[in-house]
Ligand binder design. Structure first.
Ligand code: PFF
Length: 461
């Protein structure tokens, strides 16, 4: 059965194609918008350090586990657990992924919509006057532009619609080769632009303080909330815990080396996140009148800061446009991967047509996304509840952590770590880090994630 599925479902064109597509899923608003935001909220460099440790020991471990399940079963998440453990409740873990995918897609598209709106604003020159300003006025103006935009119900809903429409369109076409082709060309571009903007930010007068906040850990700021959110951010940014990597892994050829593939995805995602920090923090600290307390509360951090960097750059108009185009594409390669999970489920398990699945889930995600879109000033009560941020906590942190915990337990003790290692070794006969990976999937990952979840439940933070 699994063998036939290979030919029907198709594979990535090459190992590189998988790395680009999986990095396309991983690299997105998580690294560029969410990572700096969490660094700002949770103590600066201690968060960065904890995040990197979480990526290496937990993120990489769980990613390899998801890829192994996917490639072994050649299936969507629900089908995969049914294949390995038939007639058990493990399929519910697949359903959890499908539901989480729809919810993350709904609020994530709101922020992707901000990128679309900011692209438009950059094109019409809405940030040009910031360049001539100095002192606290620059921040105040940029802040005002963002808040006004985020509080405008009509603009928010239109932007949300555009993102969900584009995502559904690509998925309904089944453009696996489209995802491949796009990611291969555009991801290197995004990287080059981010490096360029980071260099500009790092050479702003006063940038050193921002760099210190970002890189020089103050361990007195280490709290349970830092660990919880750093682990959650590792899952979010690496697209783990809901079966996205499992689904993408189901298209990998048996000959490919899963270990180096996962390694590249983890490395490139972390690199982009760190570079995004190199843009945001030096700019923040170089802007008078701001302190970490000011930006702890700012959900739109990146959108308030970037126009400032761009407006102070020769040729900033063009760079601004390019940056928001690429940010939009980075976000879209992620939304596409989110929609792929429920779509693959409905197509494989419920025999829906791909088009019907993509359109209907798109409509559902759009409606779930509307309250989130109106919760940043648009509607008072939703703003007071901070609905979008809450959805991010529930689905983007907790649901992914629960998913990742159950995935590691499933692989380590139900499927058995040695069987998963056997799948991994098909493309990498030596698998030198096998003992380390086995130890991490059996103990390090489940125990750490469990502790983190217990902390949430007891509200100790
Ligand atoms: N990794 C994406 C990002 O960092 O922007 C977000 C994401 C994609 C989360 C896919 C979860 C997922 F399954």
């Amino acid at each position: 059965m699994a063998g036939d599925a290979v030919t029907e479902r198709g594979n990535w064109g090459s190992k590189m194609a998988f790395i680009f597509a999986a990095s396309g899923s991983a690299i997105g608003l998580g690294s560029i918008w969410r990572f700096p935001l969490y660094v700002g909220r949770h103590g600066g460099a201690v968060f960065v350090l904890t995040y990197i440790i979480a990526v290496i020991f937990i993120g990489f471990t769980v990613m390899l586990a998801e890829l192994a399940i996917g490639r072994h079963t050649q299936s969507n998440p629900v089908g995969a657990y049914k294949f390995i453990k038939p007639n058990s409740q493990w399929k519910l873990l697949g359903y959890l992924g499908v539901v989480t995918g729809v919810f993350i897609l709904s609020y994530y598209s709101v922020i992707a919509g901000w990128a679309a709106g900011y692209l438009y604003k950059t094109v019409i020159g809405a940030f040009r006057h910031l360049g001539a300003m100095g002192g606290a006025e620059t921040w105040a103006t940029s802040d005002r532009i963002f808040k006004k935009f985020a509080a405008d119900p009509l603009q928010m809903i239109i932007c949300l619609f555009v993102i969900i429409f584009l995502t559904s369109f690509v998925i309904s076409r089944g453009v696996k080769s489209g995802i491949e082709r796009w990611s291969k060309i555009l991801m290197p571009f995004l990287f080059a632009l981010i490096v360029f903007l980071a260099i500009r930010a790092l050479t702003l007068p006063g940038a050193g303080k921002g760099l210190a906040f970002f890189l020089n850990p103050d361990f007195s700021k280490m709290t349970p909330a830092v660990i919880l959110n750093a682990v959650g951010q590792a899952f979010f940014s690496l697209s783990l815990g809901m079966g996205t990597m499992l689904t993408y892994g189901s298209y990998i050829s048996k000959k490919d080396n899963l270990v180096t593939s996962a390694g590249w995805v983890c490395f490139s995602t972390t690199l982009i996140a760190v570079l995004a920090g190199f843009i945001i923090f030096p700019t923040l600290f170089a802007t008078p009148g701001l302190s970490p307390e000011t930006f702890e509360a700012e959900t739109g951090l990146m959108f308030q800061v970037l126009p400032i960097t761009i407006s102070k750059l020769p040729g900033g108009y063009v760079f601004g446009i390019l940056f928001f185009i690429l940010l939009l594409i980075a976000a879209l390669t992620s939304t596409i991967s989110m929609l792929e999970v429920p779509t693959a489920f409905l197509v494989d398990e419920r025999k829906w047509s791909r088009k019907k699945a993509a359109v209907i889930i798109g409509i559902v995600a759009f409606f779930f996304g509307i309250p989130a879109a109106l919760s940043n000033g648009g509607v008072k009560i939703l703003t007071k509840w901070n609905l979008m941020v809450r959805m991010d906590q529930v689905f983007g942190t907790i649901a992914l952590a629960v998913g990742a915990l159950l995935i590691s337990i499933f692989v380590a003790y139900v499927w058995k770590a040695k069987n998963a290692a056997g799948e991994i070794m098909l493309g990498n006969t030596s698998f030198r880090i096998r003992p380390v990976w086995m130890f991490c999937i059996r103990f390090v990952a489940p125990v750490t994630i469990l502790i983190v979840l217990v902390i949430i439940v007891y509200g100790l933070f």
